[in-house]
Design a protein around this ligand. Structure first.
Ligand code: SF4
Length: 312
């Protein structure tokens, strides 16, 4: 039996709270779901939908939307909220760019989302591989827009610039939680390093949309959430996603509470009033949930904003 999280063996047991009625995965038994699955399997690809046990998998895969997880299924960090396997990762598959590109074609994706495990073991944190995957995907799918959801490349110098050079349409890096919880929830990461990364992406290429995501329910308070919104806005982030933390197992960070749907609406209004180009906030919002529709909204909102600025 694989022990998915060896670093959590000695953690205390935190019973999982019963889910409220509004946290319900949609059960769709569609042919498209199985067709997505067979394409993912055919190319032997990993997806974050499966590896992180995403509650939206039936809905997304039934629309043929899967988020590819590159550089293996094993993460070198040990975040307390995440269900992706942790440990010593395997070598990078040099054919992965080709496989991802082929799967994008077979799935006929208008907008592809590519993420990765954290690869602290690599000198560049995997930035060059991200670049290769983007380039190959573009070559074979010239009309598909590309969104990347990257690690923080902490202590990897300027390696992230390689990802920017490949010009993804959207550069997403999740802030995940409020700074006061980083030490226990994201011990291997640094809040201000994540902000700095997002800020630098926009500084280097203002045409790339920047995006970040926050989970709620880990024990943060409202003032801390509003502070994160201000910090992300100062880092010129265009798009903010806010979703409910779901505790993956009794050994993961204990869920503090489930936010009500109306609280997500309040957070959405607060974020919109701060001037983000787009905000998505709901219990089941995840970074890549509805990413294709949201990309279309982002583009439209940017055009509307530019027109409004030129009139005033
Ligand atoms: S929300 Fe993202 S990770 Fe979850 S199933 Fe959909 S595409 Fe996959």
């Amino acid at each position: 039996m694989i022990i998915r999280h060896p670093e959590k063996i000695n953690k205390p047991i935190s019973p999982i709270k019963k889910k409220p009625s509004w946290i319900k995965s949609k059960l769709i038994n569609s042919q498209k779901f199985f067709s997505t699955k067979s394409i993912v399997n055919k190319y032997n690809l990993k997806t974050v939908c499966q590896e992180a046990n995403c509650p939206n998998i039936t809905e997304c895969w039934s629309k043929k939307h899967a988020t590819f997880l590159i550089m293996g299924d094993t993460c070198t960090r040990a975040c307390a909220f995440c269900d992706v396997i942790t440990g010593k990762p395997i070598a990078i598959d040099p054919l992965e760019p080709y496989k991802i590109s082929s799967a994008i074609k077979r799935l006929n994706l208008k907008h592809a989302v590519i993420t990765s495990v954290d690869r602290d073991d690599l000198n560049d944190g995997g930035a060059n591989h991200f670049c290769e995957v983007i380039k190959e995907a573009r070559k074979n799918n010239p009309t598909t827009t590309i969104e990347v959801l990257t690690p923080d490349f902490l202590r990897k110098g300027d390696s992230y610039k390689k990802v920017i050079e490949a010009k993804p349409d959207v550069f997403n890096h999740n802030i995940e939680t409020v700074p006061g919880l980083y030490r226990i929830v994201r011990p291997g990461s640094r809040y201000f390093a994540s902000l700095e990364l997002l800020k630098n992406v926009k500084k280097i290429d203002k045409n790339i949309f920047t995006k970040s995501g926050l989970m709620v329910g880990l024990g943060e308070n409202k003032d801390e959430i509003l502070q994160v919104m201000d910090d992300l806005k100062s880092a010129d982030v265009d798009f903010l996603t806010i979703g409910q933390y779901l505790q993956p197992s009794v050994k993961h960070h204990p869920l503090d509470r489930y936010y009500k749907p109306e609280e997500f609406e309040e957070l959405e209004s607060a974020a919109k009033s701060k001037g983000f180009l787009l905000v998505s906030s709901s219990p089941l919002t995840r970074s890549s949930y509805h990413a294709d529709e949201d990309f279309a909204k982002l583009k439209k909102n940017r055009v509307d904003q530019t027109n409004a600025q030129s009139i005033s």
